[in-house]
Structure formats: C-alpha cells, structure tokens
Design a protein around this ligand. Structure first.
Ligand code: GDP
Ligand code: MG
Length: 458
C-alpha cells in the first residue's frame, strides 16, 4: 500500500493548484493502492470521492504546497475512515468488568486474553508536572487486577495454553475443566472473580474454522450469562476484507462492542484496519502486533493513517507539537527551521515538548521509521532523551547556537563527552542527529527540498 501511495504524491510536485485533471492520476494510484491492500470497492469509491472533493481547488496555503496538502487530506480522510478517535475500552461502573472474546479458530483469542490482562495491569507512563523532569514508566496504581476464564472446552490444549499464558503474565486462570459447559464455566468464573474482587474478567471461548450455528449459540448463551461490558471479536488482519465482513456478521448475530485486530505485524495488507469501522459500524479497539505479551496496543486511527501513508505520523506529530508549544515558540521555531538555524536549544525545547505531549508511546510511534513500540523501547527512548539532555547541558551557549562548531571540531566534541560522561561517539551521533532533524523538518514544512547533512570532521 505504502509504495503505491508514495508514487502518487511525486506526480504532483511543483503544481500550483490541485485540479480535477492533475489529481486524476494520483487518485487512480490511491484507488489502486487501496484495492491492492484489500479494501472493499465501495469503501474505496467513497474514499476517493471524498478526497477528490476536498482536494480540487486547493492551492498554496501558508507555505504548504498543494501536493503536501493532498497528503494531509488523504491522511485525514484515512483517519476518518478508521473511526477518527481512539475507541477506548469501556469499564463497568460497579462490579467486575467482563470482557468476552469471540472469533474464529487460530485468530489469537487465547493469546489476546493474556495480552489484555498484561495490558490492563501494565506499567503506565507517569508524566511529572515539572517541566524539567522526564516521564517515567511505573506500575499504574490504578492498574486493573484481572482474571482469565477458560471457556474453550473443546481442546484440552486450549485450557493448558491459557494457564501457561496466565502464569506468564501473573494473572489467575479459572479453568474448571473440559467437562463443564462453557456457559456454566462463564457463570462460575464470574462468581469466582467477584469473590476475588478482580477488576476485570476476561473470558476465552472456542473458535471454529468457519462461522457455524453451534458457535453462535454458545456465544449467545455466554453473553446472556455474563452480560459482558465488552464483547470483542478477534479478527486476523491477514484476512483483509474478510475481517470487515466477519465483524459485520458477528455484530448482527450476537451484537458486539468492537473488534481486536491481530497479526498486524505480519505482511497483512492493511485493508482490514481500513474497512472494519466503515463496513460494520463497530470500532477496532485494540491491535495485536506480535506474539509477545506486550504486543497489544490501542488502535490509533491517526497513527495507522500515517503508517499507511508511509511517513510515520509526521502530520499529527507536527500538529501535536504545535498545540503543546506556545504559539510564539512555534512561530519562532518555524522561522528557525526555514533559515536552517534550528539549534541545540531548540532541540532541547523540542524533546521536552515531545516528552510532555502525552503518552510517550504514542509520540515514539509517530516518529517516522519507528513503527512498533514496546514498553522496553519506550524506556529506551526515555533514557536516550536523558542522555541527550546531559550532553546538551555540557555544551557552551555558543555551541548550542552553532552546532557547526561541534561538527567541525573533534576537540569540542571530546570536551562535551568528558563533561557529560558520555562517549565521543555519542556526542557525534547527537550532532549528526541535529543536522538530520534540520533536513527532515525543512522537508516536512516544504520550505526547501533536499538539504545536506555535513560529514563530521575528525
Ligand atoms: P485462538 O485459536 O484464537 O485462541 O488463537 P491463539 O491465541 O491460540 O493464537 C494462534 C497463533 O497465532 C499462536 O501461535 C499465536 O502466537 C499467534 N498470534 C496471536 N496473535 C498474534 C499477533 O498479533 N501476531 C503474530 N505474529 N502472531 C500472533
Ligand atoms: Mg484459543
């Protein structure tokens, strides 16, 4: 999908205004890219029409070129298609929250049970009020205690699998055995959870290779017994369009609250993520991006939109950055970027702004080239922010304003390294990064094409 869309943009470089004629070819490319990504035809048609309507007549606005504005229009329309906002999990006001999982065989239900428990009791990012303190990960005092219920009684292995996973994430598993009916297990499991005062009960169910009446009846019965807060259909992203159809069918048959899209890490073509909301009316709430327990995260339509466009979420990133930065700061920064004066003081301000922008994990995910983010990576990112800061603190005011000084002088880099207790290589990396950022930001704002990164002298 990505490469198809990228070629679509290149055809518009240098046009003054978007017209029906000059967007025709990019629109065909977009259409083809979406179809190749296995998005259903009616959805593609509506999408292309919506984008075309907004695009025609768009010219240069405040220094942003028409082709870049088309990227923005497509991006926003993609986000809208995927439901716009993040669709949060709902929790019960009183008593345990019950999450019932449904889905075909092998889609990842049992794995999701454990991942979800891990996610709910997980570490959260704590963002201190003070501007100078970086966010840290710590156990969420409001983290939820969970219990898993083994409702798949058709294969003994399924129960064992859940028990093993439960142990791995440190969550109790209620598994009375495979001679008990699923609805009965659900009922007992819920009672058990109430006794244990668990915040959330996650109920695993059996899947089938295809939708059949027994499965639906069983789910309906479990739903009746449990009165779940969330009934989530787990679907495999690899199934493309089929995923949207499944969500629709399950919703009509048993009434669901949303979907979990798994295996987004595979070479799925993304069509599932794009179509589910539009086709079924139900949101994707979470996505699975791998087999490890930490590979479950909320579904962010904006991030996904950016990823589909093959540029990380640069637009959202810029918008968010501007929201958080004071207005004059933003204008000042823009001026500096335009005149290639973006320096280490701005770098510092920028990284602090980034740190304050809310969940670090979201922000890291928005940075182009960083797709999948795990808690470990977030911790890494935070550490590296701290490392950067200590090096910048060891620079003289002059060096901060003129990073060229550091690029040109190994002696200066060595001094900064010694004073900050980092290696010369780390300092060199930071300097290189600043110049890379200048180039990237310039391109982003469309002020100048290209630009160069100086080689550091030795
Ligand atoms: P169930 O039959 O629906 O309960 O599916 P399972 O939870 O047993 O998962 C089936 C297989 O898919 C297992 O090997 C999982 O490790 C794998 N799996 C589940 N979710 C993901 C995912 O997000 N990415 C990848 N790559 N594999 C996954
Ligand atoms: Mg299973």
């Amino acid at each position: 999908l990505t490469s198809g869309l990228e070629s679509a943009w290149s055809k518009l470089r240098g046009v003054d205004v978007l017209t029906k004629e000059n967007i025709a070819e990019p629109m065909r490319d977009i259409r083809r890219a979406l179809l190749e990504a296995d998005v259903s035809l009616p959805v593609v048609r509506r999408f292309v029409q919506a984008v075309s309507e907004q695009a025609v007549g768009v010219g240069l606005i405040r220094g942003v070129k028409p082709d870049q504005q088309l990227v923005k229009i497509v991006h926003d329309e993609l986000v809208k298609l995927m439901g716009g906002e993040v669709s949060e999990l709902v929790f019960a006001k009183t008593g345990p929250t019950v999450i019932l999982l449904a889905g075909l065989q092998g889609v990842g239900k049992t794995t999701v049970c454990a991942k979800l428990a891990f996610y709910l009791k997980k570490l959260v990012l704590y963002i201190p009020e003070e501007i100078d303190v970086f966010p840290i990960l710590r156990e969420d005092p409001h983290g939820k205690s969970c219990m898993l219920v083994a409702g798949d009684v058709y294969r003994p292995a399924a129960t064992d699998q859940l028990k093993i996973l439960g142990e791995q994430v440190g969550v109790p598993v209620y598994a009375p055995g495979i001679d008990v009916k699923p609805a009965q297990i659900a009922k007992q499991g819920l009672e058990e959870a109430k006794k244990m005062k668990a915040d959330v009960v996650i109920v695993d169910t059996a899947g089938r290779l295809q939708i059949d009446k027994t499965m639906m009846d069983e789910l309906k019965e479990m739903k009746k017994v449990l009165n779940p807060t969330e009934l989530l259909l787990v679907v495999d992203a690899m199934t493309g369009q089929e995923a949207a159809a499944l969500v629709t069918t399950f919703n009509i048959e048993i009434g669901i609250t949303g979907a979990i899209l798994t295996k987004l890490d595979g070479d799925s073509r993304g069509g599932a993520a794009l179509s589910v909301k539009e086709v079924s009316g139900k949101p994707i709430k979470l996505v699975g991006r791998g087999e490890r327990m930490e590979d479950l995260e909320p579904f962010y339509p904006d991030r996904m939109g950016g990823r589909i466009l093959g540029m990380g979420d640069v637009l959202t990133f810029v918008e968010k950055a501007q929201e958080v930065m004071r207005q004059e700061d933003a204008e000042d920064l823009q001026k500096k970027i335009m005149s290639a004066k973006f320096d280490f003081n701005d770098f510092l301000k920028q990284t602090r702004t980034v740190a304050r922008m809310g969940s670090m994990s979201r922000v890291v995910g928005m940075i182009p080239g960083m797709g999948k983010v795990t808690p470990a990576q977030i911790r890494e990112a935070e550490k590296s922010l701290k490392v950067m800061e200590s090096m910048i603190n060891a620079m003289t005011p002059e060096e901060r304003e003129k990073p060229e000084l550091l690029a040109e002088s190994p002696a200066r880099r060595k001094r900064v390294a010694t004073e900050s207790g980092k290696t010369e290589q780390q300092v060199a990396q930071l300097v290189a990064q600043l110049f890379q950022m200048r180039v990237r930001m310039k391109n982003l704002l469309g002020v100048m094409e290209g630009g160069s990164i100086p080689a550091l002298s030795n």
